[in-house]
Write a protein that binds this ligand. Structure first.
Ligand code: ZN
Length: 330
């Protein structure tokens, strides 16, 4: 097989079989986290369907494959949200486009990104369109939030789940996009969604947040009472919003996970790669039970954030509790 490798080989094999047997359905929901290769798969299936070469899967090189990749193929249309939603006007425009290119010709493909953002009317219009007898259409509905999809859509589509990729692969994807390995390693621990990781990476204060939480952690691990004051003097001035507050606690949790995991697994891949020498030392100093207790403190802090307790109070309280746990260790 000379076709391109995708991020989801087993799903690719499934569709290769369906294509060979000419059994493509009208509607598929591709569901999974950002970066799991949903769009890539929809494009590959589309190219495979139209490719000029008579091989298994898309060749990626012929005129047709290239036109699809460059979004210039008259039988292939893509929609994405216009602002907060995908509106009925967009679905109508799509019908018009297809009418122009000739409904009676061969199969048409529609790729809908963030499909859970379709309004009711847009979704119903799309469904009607799929059921029209003149012309064959296949639609790929891509979503990270299946639970927000309308039941009418869910019941008429085949659901394909795109599983999460291993951490090492996600780090690779981020470094391929120009992120440092150090940043990428922390980000894939903060979120399992590669697109979200990229958004976080663009945050101006991210590096500062990472450094500040690291400092906060080192005060605690050294049993230094400054950890408490540091919340007020440094941490709070960096934290701009609720999202940042969660990032602070998540980073602390990831640090503790690093300590705990390096105790049980010699070949563990650290999130905080630049600090792993210090973290390994802490792994030797703290009992697993103490680290588990510390993680519990942070998790309780996150629950308090959920119920709108003020962040400064939570962070200060975490400092005191973590310090008292650490002070009982050797
Ligand atoms: Zn081709």
């Amino acid at each position: 097989m000379s076709t391109q490798k995708t991020r989801q080989p087993s799903i690719q094999r499934l569709f290769l079989q369906l294509l060979n047997k000419n059994r493509l359905q009208h509607a598929y929901i591709f569901e999974g986290k950002g970066g799991t290769g949903k769009k890539e798969m929809a494009m590959w299936i589309t190219q495979s369907l139209y490719c000029d070469q008579n091989e298994e899967g898309a060749c990626q090189h012929c005129e047709t494959c290239r036109r699809i990749a460059e979004h210039h193929h008259p039988d292939v249309l893509e929609i994405e949200p216009d602002g907060q939603s995908i509106k009925i006007a967009q679905v109508r425009a799509l019908r018009e486009e297809f009418t122009k290119s000739g409904m009676e010709s061969r199969r048409k493909i529609v790729i809908v990104e963030d499909a859970e953002k379709m309004t009711n009317q847009a979704a119903n219009s799309l469904l009607k369109f799929l059921e029209e007898p003149d012309g064959e259409i296949t639609v790929f509905l891509l979503t990270t939030a299946k639970h927000r999809m309308l039941s009418t859509i869910l019941s008429r589509s085949q659901l394909i789940h795109f599983p999460q990729l291993p951490k090492a692969d996600r780090i690779q994807m981020l470094t391929d996009k120009g992120l440092s390995h150090e940043k990428a390693a922390i980000l894939v621990h903060l979120t399992s969604d590669v697109n979200q990781a990229e958004e976080l990476a663009a945050k101006d204060e991210l590096i500062q947040l990472i450094q500040t939480v690291w400092k906060w952690y080192t005060f605690i691990s050294k049993k230094d009472d400054q950890a408490f004051v540091y919340v007020h003097t440094d941490l709070m001035s960096l934290v701009k919003d609720k999202a940042d507050q969660y990032i602070v606690l998540d980073l602390m949790l990831i640090l503790l996970q690093d300590v705990l995991n390096s105790q049980v697994n010699d070949t563990y891949t650290f999130a905080f790669t630049a600090q792993q020498t210090e973290l390994k030392k802490d792994a030797g100093r703290f009992r697993p039970l103490a680290i588990a207790k510390m993680m519990e403190v942070i998790l309780t802090g996150k629950k308090q954030l959920d119920s709108n307790v003020a962040a400064q109070g939570i962070f200060e309280d975490c400092s005191l509790q973590l310090l008292s746990i650490v002070k009982e260790e050797s």
